[in-house]
Write a protein that binds this ligand. Structure first.
Ligand code: PMV
Length: 363
């Protein structure tokens, strides 16, 4: 597939008004995407678990304009209330996708979005938010073209979501999603995420992710700035190469269920992401003191109890604690006994691997 394949045929007949709604989950990367080229092309491949509980629900009401808009005509509501700060981001997104959804200038839209996780929990909502919005907009195209095949719909939704926020392309379908061209996966693409095409051991099904909210404020470095730091970074080339290698190494690990090897790659990826930020110009430390306390305690518990529990991080201080479903009881007990004390106001979110975005009956 190339970009051109996502331009719809001309002459589609759109309904004059209607409402669509989708719920899309967040995702947590195991091999991290960090660094990009223009048009949201990743500098390295990545792979993520699709999450379940952390999600955005978005509805889009649409009504045909008498005259096509010069720019775009829309309102944005967050949890039912107008939210001006999101408007420029959505305008940039619409600008990027209008050639793939040409109807965007012909309608007025009312976009209403809500997150399942608390506002400013330090959890990025851009992946789930952009995925949910992309699915709603594509659903409108589908109403004009009901013969759209499911596989194409999923691929184009991921393609559009990528243009909103790179990692959002991994929030459309479920379980394990890979994004970014890499030699060990023939079907891989820089343009959209794909379902991981190889065998995955039972132990990785329904994997648990307890998200420890160490710092609930806004992130110190936005991901746009963060990706930019990889330009001219002295370690960029070996880092990008390492991501390809880690993906290739994960192939036999996913098949065999080798949790020790899995943990080594996942934790190394998290620390490498942070190492890149510590060694860029300007440099940043995005972990907090409590992030390190949590990591140390996870390591101690893993060693003393022989439990396959590990951590990963995104570009902030919060910690994602990962473990197989079979270890749930033991791990939750450990988290409550030893880790919750390091969370802001004791807050954490129990999440798990999920099945991907779902349509909602719009009311
Ligand atoms: O999608 P963005 O531009 O917000 O970048 C996300 C980057 C990380 O979350 C740090 C890693 C990843 O692969 O999700």
């Amino acid at each position: 597939m190339t970009e051109k394949d996502f331009i719809p045929e001309e002459g589609l007949k759109y309904p004059s008004s209607g409402k669509v709604a989708w719920k899309a989950p967040s995702n947590i990367a195991l091999v991290k995407y960090w660094g990009k080229h223009p048009d949201q092309i990743p500098a390295n491949p990545s792979i993520s678990f699709t999450l379940d509980a952390s999600a955005t629900t978005t509805s889009v009401a649409f009504e045909k304009l008498d005259q096509p808009a010069e720019r775009f005509s829309f309102e944005f509501l967050f949890e039912g209330k107008p939210k001006e700060d999101f408007i420029p981001k959505i305008e940039v997104f619409f600008e990027r996708i209008v050639c793939y959804l040409p109807f965007l200038k012909q309608f007025h839209f009312i976009i209403d979005s809500a997150n399942s996780f608390p506002h400013s929990s330090g959890i990025a909502s851009s992946a789930s938010g952009m995925a949910a919005l992309s699915l709603c907009l594509l659903e409108i195209e589908k109403r004009a073209n009901p013969a759209t095949k499911e596989a194409y719909f999923q691929q184009k939704a991921s393609f559009l979501a990528r243009l909103g926020s790179g990692s959002a392309c991994r929030s459309i379908s479920g379980n394990l999603i890979q994004w970014g061209k890499t030699p060990s996966i023939a079907q891989s693409s820089d343009l959209y995420g794909i379902l991981y095409p190889f065998e995955v051991h039972q132990t990785f099904k329904n994997y648990q992710d307890t998200i420890l909210l160490v710092h609930k404020g806004k992130k110190a470095v936005s991901s746009t700035v963060g990706h930019g730091l990889m330009k001219g970074h002295p370690f960029a080339a070996p880092r990008f190469q390492q991501a390809h290698e880690n993906l290739e190494r994960l192939q036999s690990i996913f098949t065999s269920g080798d949790l020790e090897a899995f943990i080594t790659i996942v934790e190394s990826e998290a620390l490498t992401l942070h190492a890149m930020m510590m060694t860029s110009q300007p440099y940043f430390i995005l972990m907090a003191a409590n992030t390190l306390e949590i990591i140390q305690r996870i390591w101690q518990f893993r060693k003393s109890s022989n439990t396959p529990i590990c951590f990963t991080l995104d570009a902030g201080a919060n910690v994602h604690v990962l473990y197989p479903e079979s270890e749930k009881e033991r791990c939750i007990q450990f988290i409550q006994d030893e880790l919750v004390a390091y969370c802001e106001n004791g807050h954490y979110i129990c999440d798990r691997n999920g099945i991907g975005a779902q349509p909602i009956v719009a009311t």
